[in-house]
Design a protein around this ligand. Structure first.
Ligand code: MRU
Length: 347
């Protein structure tokens, strides 16, 4: 078992990210000193996973304003507005990106009477706070989820809602780390997660490194392991939960939820409250990112289909609330009726 790798660090006024596009083969940390470079890191998925995107974006916002004019708030705000509008175009689905940007903007507005140099300090403090909060939130999600599991269970997860997608612990993986600390043996099945393979390159990588019992399966094997009675619970993360409890998560999650229903297996969604978007009414209102066709037909380096063939590559899908057993947050476990109970969580 080796030391946990840090997804995001803030060092000497620079953002340091573990390049997730190179895992599990190479461990490379890159430094980012501008908002534009953070935009690119999010876009190409050097940093990915909703909470990690939110934390990286908060630092990106600061990098975008650190050299902004200090003559007046208006001159400063013009730079902040322009930068944040641009950062918001990096990826569309994970609401944590917009949540972090809005939180940073609110801090600027609330402190607009400060000298701009002090306002800048306040903003980096806020980004660091967002970063540290994420770790605490994830630990609490894990504690709450652990109450739904038992030693010896088989758990299936899809994509990477792990430590690599967050500051620490992950969301869906948090109970797996806590279970390990308590001497439990959970048997984890990680869907490979085509086309970007976050399940095998990231989830299997980080759980294996931590000494957790993890088995990789291709996405098409999920039904068989469920039919064989190997899975007692499914735990996934989310990029956005709508006000009615519909859940956007990595493409393939919908299929897993349908299988779970068929085999009577509880389907849990692990989310920090910043991933819940009460402004988005239902799953139909969640923007779903479509990515380059090469991810599907050239994902292994060489073409696996004719180069010019038509490809459909939505990066996320929406699991209807009716397929969800519970949404597990740091503030508690939410069950149906989701619309009412999610609202109560923020009351
Ligand atoms: O495209 P990605 O890798 O950013 O997608 C990540 C996921 O779908 C995760 O499951 C989700 O962001 C939750 S991470 C705690």
């Amino acid at each position: 078992m080796t030391e946990q790798l840090l997804t995001i660090q803030w060092k000497n006024d620079k953002l340091v990210l573990l390049d997730q596009t190179l895992l599990p083969n190479e461990i490379v940390y890159n430094e980012y000193e501008s908002l534009e470079s953070v935009w690119e890191a999010i876009r190409v998925m050097q940093v990915r996973g909703a909470p990690a995107i939110g934390v990286a974006a908060a630092y990106g916002v600061y990098l975008g304003i650190k050299d902004a004019p200090e003559t007046s708030f208006d001159a400063f705000w013009e730079v902040m507005q322009k930068g944040t509008d641009y950062l918001a175009t990096s990826r569309p689905t994970a609401v944590n990106l917009f949540w972090a940007i809005d939180r940073m903007k609110s801090v600027a507005i609330d402190h607009k009477t400060l000298p701009i140099s002090h306002l800048k300090e306040r903003l980096i403090e806020e980004a660091i706070e967002i970063h540290h909060e994420d770790e605490e939130i994830n630990k609490q999600i894990g504690e709450n989820l652990l109450g739904l599991l038992k030693d010896g269970m088989g758990v299936l997860t899809h994509c990477n809602a792990g430590a690599l997608a967050t500051t620490k612990y992950g969301t869906a993986t948090s109970p797996m780390y806590l279970a390990k600390e308590r001497g439990w043996n959970l048997k984890v099945y990680a869907d490979e997660t085509r086309p970007r393979l976050q399940g095998s390159t990231l989830t299997a990588f980080e759980l294996y490194q931590a000494g957790i019992d993890v088995t990789v399966i291709t996405d098409s094997m999920a039904a068989v392991v469920m039919s064989q009675g190997k899975i007692d619970a499914i735990i996934v993360g989310a990029d956005r939960v709508a006000a009615n409890g519909d859940v956007a998560n990595k493409i393939g999650t919908l299929g897993v939820s349908i299988l779970a229903k068929n085999y009577n297996i509880p389907f849990y969604v692990a989310v920090p409250t910043p991933t819940i978007d009460l402004e988005t009414k239902t799953g139909k209102d969640i923007p779903i990112e479509e990515r380059e066709k090469e991810e599907v037909i050239k994902g292994f380096g060489a073409y696996t289909a004719p180069a010019d063939v038509a490809v459909y590559n939505p990066a996320f899908d929406v699991t209807p609330a009716e397929n969800v057993t519970a949404i597990v947050t740091e503030k508690g476990i939410v069950r149906a009726p989701f619309a009412e109970n999610l609202r109560a969580l923020f009351a």
